[in-house]
Design a protein around this ligand. Structure first.
Ligand code: FAD
Length: 466
């Protein structure tokens, strides 16, 4: 057992918390989204929370932790929902929330620290020069930019820009290594893939350079259809309209909107499926014309309501917020993350709707994927048992719809991040003792891990890229 009193002494001058209740609080994320992870991870807790304010304090902390063989699990805001930020082996939770400064803003890019909350980052870049991040998770009001890069994948804006997996959507990351004498590495190009969506297993991100896009006063819109598949076809057609600038297109099946979107209820008829949208102000006229032609019913426009007080952003009905809103009303609900590879993505969605009906109420996100419009899905699942959940996953896969399993806490089983020899070699270089977020990379723990599983990964292995 490490001598935490001594460690605290050696960290003097850096904010350290050892109150068990507070440490436990900062050892949680949204793992409870999954009934399976909830059962597996409920007792996980760290021994100390360390909150550095500078890169130098990060380096000091890692040096002390390395000397004492203490695991370190980085944390942004703890909104990850696969247990990514949970310290499976105890030790230190490295809370990066106090490293929250923007350092520089330039035309098309921003340089910042990892702990800044994404909505605040957007607020500052917009005020500075009318720019914003290309895309953000629906947790923008809470989540940090570092946590998004290390634990997320894409979100609001991915309809135009794709995701974190795409070259150019992160420009540079500086990481601190976990060694006797921690080093800083500046990563660019393909090397960024070693750290993005790696759950902080191979370095602590201390500086980030991200590309920016022009900022708009996006208008929230809901479009209603009596049939979910009509909402899906409308979304697909809108996503392919070259001239209409949108930031978010999410078709959501009845009865989700009526049952779970409490603040928007007055704008949604019983049995109506909706599409949650964000439209650039100058695109509203063509958007309305297009929607009329597609026989969609515009039931809500944020620029037409008297007040938006108490009404959440449209993007807070979408992505994993759809699941969150459902869970608030019905805690027995869970969800899946599905890919519907194009060009027949709409037909694939239709097949799943026919097979599962209301057991798996539909929720899709239209995105640009490798240059093409397609959709991914975060359908709800009316959970009955682990066995049935596994069966639902298998049926999706049998129909050509890969699942990124949100009920697993390891990188490989989650299915988004492919580890391979290059990724593993980087971890050996940056974290030789395996102290960074231990237990999250199977390839590290199991030397016989088979890299060639043939699975489809969102963030492909490095060997294939370089
Ligand atoms: P945390 O949860 O604190 O950390 C995430 C991971 O990053 C952890 O493994 C942690 O160890 C690691 N980490 C954190 N900071 C650092 C650092 N500085 N260096 C190295 N590693 C670090 N995800 C999406 O991609 N798109 C969405 O639209 C989306 N919507 C969501 C909606 C809801 C309601 C919820 C609960 C989750 C959603 N997520 C989404 C998942 C999650 O919110 C995002 O991944 C989010 O950006 C995580 O940020 P965070 O600051 O909370 O990170």
């Amino acid at each position: 057992m490490p001598d935490y009193q001594r460690i605290k002494k050696e960290l003097e001058g850096i904010a350290v918390e050892d109150n068990p209740a507070l440490v436990r609080q900062k050892s949680r994320d949204f793992y409870w989204y999954s009934p399976i992870l909830k059962a597996q991870l409920d007792n996980v807790t760290a021994d100390l929370v360390v909150t550095p304010k500078t890169e130098e304090e990060v380096i000091r902390t890692l040096k002390v932790a390395y000397a004492h063989d203490v695991p370190v699990t980085p944390r942004g805001a703890g909104t990850g929902n696969y247990g990514q930020a949970m310290p499976l082996s105890g030790g230190i939770v490295l809370n990066l929330a106090a490293m929250n400064r923007i350092k520089e803003i330039h035309p098309g890019r921003v340089i910042c620290e990892p702990g800044i909350v994404i909505a605040e980052l957007d607020r500052q870049t917009k005020a500075h020069s009318g720019q914003e991040l290309r895309f953000h998770p629906s947790t923008a009001q809470m989540a940090t930019i570092g946590g998004f890069i290390a634990g997320g994948s894409g979100g609001v804006g991915s309809i135009t820009w794709g995701g974190l997996r795409d070259l150019g959507n992160i420009l540079r990351l500086r990481v601190v290594t976990m060694e006797a004498e921690p080093r800083t590495l500046d990563l660019t190009g393909w090397d960024l893939t070693k750290v993005s969506h790696a759950y902080g297993t191979n370095g602590i991100i201390t500086e980030i350079e991200m590309p920016l896009a022009p900022a708009y006063d996006w208008i929230d819109v809901l479009v209603g259809y009596d049939d979910f598949m009509d909402a899906v076809r409308f979304s697909d057609a809108l996503a392919k309209c070259n001239g209409i600038l949108v930031k978010e297109i999410a078709p959501i099946a009845a009865p989700i909107p009526q049952d779970y979107f409490t603040r928007h209820k007055p704008y949604i008829r019983q049995g109506q499926s909706i599409v949650a949208l964000m439209i650039a102000p100058h695109s509203m006229d063509p958007f309305v014309a297009f929607t009329m032609q597609q026989k969609g019913e515009i039931t809500f426009r944020s620029d037409k309501v008297e007040s938006m007080k108490g009404i959440p952003h449209a993007y807070e009905l979408a992505w994993n917020h759809t699941t969150l809103r459902a869970l608030k009303v019905d805690p027995s609900i869970t969800y899946l993350q599905v890919q519907y590879p194009g060009p027949d993505h709409v037909a694939k969605v239709q097949k799943m709707v026919e097979i599962f009906g209301d057991e798996v109420p539909g929720h899709l996100e239209f995105i640009r994927f490798d240059g093409q419009i397609q959709c991914s899905g975060l359908p709800l699942v009316r959970y009955t048992s682990e066995a049935r959940l596994e069966e639902i996953i298998r049926i999706h896969q049998d129909h050509g719809c890969p699942i990124f399993n949100p009920h697993r806490y390891t990188l490989e089983e989650g299915g988004m991040k492919q580890t391979d020899a290059v990724q593993l070699a980087f971890k050996k270089e940056t974290d030789p003792k395996g102290l960074l977020n231990p237990g999250k990379m199977i390839a590290w723990d199991d030397p016989n891990f088979d890299f060639k599983s043939g699975k489809n990964y969102l963030f492909p292995g490095l060997a294939a890229l370089m």
